[in-house]
Design a protein around this ligand. Structure first.
Ligand code: ADP
Ligand code: MG
Length: 211
C-alpha cells in the first residue's frame, strides 16, 4: 500500500514543493517514520541506503522551523563531508519553497574562520561532521540553546570512523529538552547504547526493502 505526502501534517508550502519535486508517494521508511517524526517523537530508523531517509529528517527539520528566529534549531551529524554535502543539498531542495531558511555546513577541510562568519550571520540548520562541529562548540562559535531537533545520520558509520568520543562530547552541549532522530543501516550494540543515552522512549522503525 502506498501513501501520499499530502496526508501528512506538513505545511502547505512543503506539500506544494514536494509535488513540484515529483515526490508524490512516500517510500516505506517515510510512510512509517514521518508520522512519528512530525509528532515530535524520538525515532530510531534502521533502513538501507537509498530508502529515502534524508527526507524523513529533512521534513522534520523544515516543518518545525521558525525562520523569524535566527538561532540554530536543528543539527544533523554525518560521518563524512561528502555525506553532509549530500544531506545539505537534499534539505535545500526540500526547502526550495522556503527561501529564508539558512543552512550551514560545518565540515573539516575548509577553514573554520569562514564557517564562524556564516554562523555569525545566523543559521537555522547546521549539518556537519562530528570533529568540526565539536570544534565550533568548544570555541563557542556554535550555540545550541535553541536547538530542538538533533539528528544522527549514518550513526553506524560515524562509530566505524572513530567518532564515539566526539559524539559524547557534542551530546553534552545539546539541550536536554529536544527531539532526537537516529538513522543507521545496521544496529550494533554500540548504537543501542548511544540511543539509550541520547533518546527518550524512542520508537524503533526497521525497514528491510528499498521502497
Ligand atoms: P538514504 O538516506 O536512505 O540512503 P536518500 O534520502 O538519499 O536515501 O534518498 C535516495 C534518493 O531517493 C534521493 O535521490 C532522493 O531524492 C530520492 N527520494 C527520496 N524519497 C523520495 C520520494 N518519496 N519520491 C521520490 N524520490 C524520493
Ligand atoms: Mg542517507
Amino acid at each position: 500500500m502506498t501513501q501520499s505526502f499530502s496526508q501528512l501534517p506538513l505545511s502547505a508550502t512543503l506539500i506544494e514543493n514536494l509535488q513540484s519535486l515529483d515526490y508524490v508517494q512516500m517510500t516505506e521508511v517515510q510512510a512509517q517514520a514521518l508520522p512519528e517524526v512530525l509528532n515530535k517523537k524520538d525515532v530510531i530508523v534502521q533502513a538501507k541506503t537509498g530508502s529515502g531517509k534524508t527526507a524523513v529528517f529533512g521534513l522534520g527539520v523544515l516543518n518545525q522551523l521558525d525562520v523569524a528566529s535566527l538561532k540554530v534549531q536543528s543539527m544533523v551529524l554525518c560521518p563524512t563531508r561528502e555525506l553532509a554535502d549530500q544531506v545539505a543539498a537534499e534539505i535545500r531542495r526540500l526547502a526550495r519553497s522556503m527561501p529564508n531558511v539558512k543552512i550551514v555546513t560545518l565540515c573539516g577541510g575548509v577553514p573554520a574562520r569562514s564557517q564562524v562568519s556564516s554562523l555569525e550571520h545566523g543559521a537555522h540548520v547546521v549539518i556537519g561532521t562530528p570533529g568540526r562541529i565539536q570544534d565550533h562548540l568548544d570555541r563557542g562559535s556554535l550555540l545550541l540553546d535553541e536547538l530542538n531537533l538533533f539528528v544522527l545520520d549514518e550513526a553506524d558509520r560515524m562509530l566505524d570512523m572513530g567518532f564515539q568520543q566526539a559524539l559524547d562530547d557534542i551530546i553534552a552541549f545539546v539541550p536536554k529538552q529536544r527531539q532526537t532522530l537516529l538513522f543507521s543501516a545496521t544496529y550494533p550494540k554500540k548504537i543501542a547504547s548511544i540511543a539509550d543515552h541520547v533518546m527518550q522512549q524512542p520508537i524503533m522503525i526497521k525497514v528491510k526493502g528499498n521502497n
